[in-house]
Design a protein around this ligand. Structure first.
Ligand SMILES: CC(C)(COP(=O)(O)OP(=O)(O)OC[C@H]1O[C@@H](n2cnc3c(N)ncnc32)[C@H](O)[C@@H]1OP(=O)(O)O)[C@@H](O)C(=O)NCCC(=O)NCCS
Length: 228
């Protein structure tokens, strides 16, 4: 039997979290520093996105850790990645857009990164292709038809970001310093798996540090249930 690496991808659209009672429940699980961070957003839409992200992470991780969502504590690495305190074997990563929030979890402790971008941002991605994609990546995109190229560009960008996040480096890793060709990260000696899905008009890509096949379990998050 081939080894499998099981990854949960939890997501929800932010528009399902509008009920005042549910919003209050989300607020109630936040730590003081998370509240301060949320209040610093100028636009309510970003405050909301931040709140839903924190609530999702707490709800999902609490299940794995066996604690209440409110009891979880986090720190951020020097590059900004949140991690559980005290350290836990599971690895997780978060991504958020105004409309969609997701949390990827490897309970087995494989390094993990996730990124989501709306397909509607294809033109924005193509506009910065020369800066973020390598020559060979751009040549691969150029071979596609126009419609396919738009999808592929968003897919490639989310794959690169997911890898940058799985490495824990984020944008401190220059996007054009490595390339993803035929689904493989180069140059990198270590095995990485990339799995992409289209969800709610977004491309969501998960990058997992494993040689095994990835079994991606997609779960639509119900915050009422996760925070109960
Ligand atoms: C991480 C980064 C690539 C995210 O890009 P993005 O497409 O704008 O945003 P996404 O929604 O996909 O991801 C954001 C989430 O990634 C996570 N994240 C942040 N830095 C990360 C890193 N270095 N590695 C992995 N994940 C990271 C966080 O959970 C963040 O959401 P949160 O801040 O609400 O918790 C980019 O913002 C970055 O590199 N930022 C650098 C931040 C930094 O250097 N901070 C240092 C001081 S804290």
């Amino acid at each position: 039997m081939r080894a499998e690496s099981r990854v949960e991808l939890w997501y929800l659209t932010t528009d399902v979290v509008l009920d005042p009672a549910l919003l209050a429940r989300c607020e109630a699980v936040l730590a003081p520093d998370e509240r301060v961070r949320g209040e610093a957003f100028v636009f309510p839409i970003h405050r909301h996105e931040h709140l839903v992200t924190r609530a999702l992470a707490r709800g999902v991780l609490a299940r794995h850790v066996g604690a209440s969502p409110r009891a979880l504590a986090f720190r951020r690495t020097e590059h900004g990645r949140p991690e559980l305190v005290p350290p836990h074997v599971l690895r997780f990563n978060l991504t958020n857009t105004v409309h969609l929030v997701a949390c990827a979890v490897s309970a087995e402790g494989a390094e993990i990164g996730v990124d989501a971008e709306p397909l509607a941002r294809a033109d924005d991605v193509l506009a910065v292709a020369e800066t973020v994609f390598t020559l060979r990546e751009r040549a691969e995109l150029a071979r596609a038809t126009e419609e396919a190229r738009r999808r592929q560009a968003v897919g490639l960008w989310t794959a690169k970001e997911a890898y940058m996040k799985a490495r824990g480096l984020g944008l401190s890793l220059e996007p054009a310093s490595f390339e993803i060709l035929g689904g493989r990260v180069q140059p990198d000696e270590r095995p990485w798996k990339l799995v992409a899905r289209e969800l709610e008009g977004h491309v969501v890509t998960v990058c997992v540090g494993t040689a095994a096949d990835v079994r991606l379990e997609i779960r639509v998050a119900d915050l009422e249930d996760l925070l109960a």
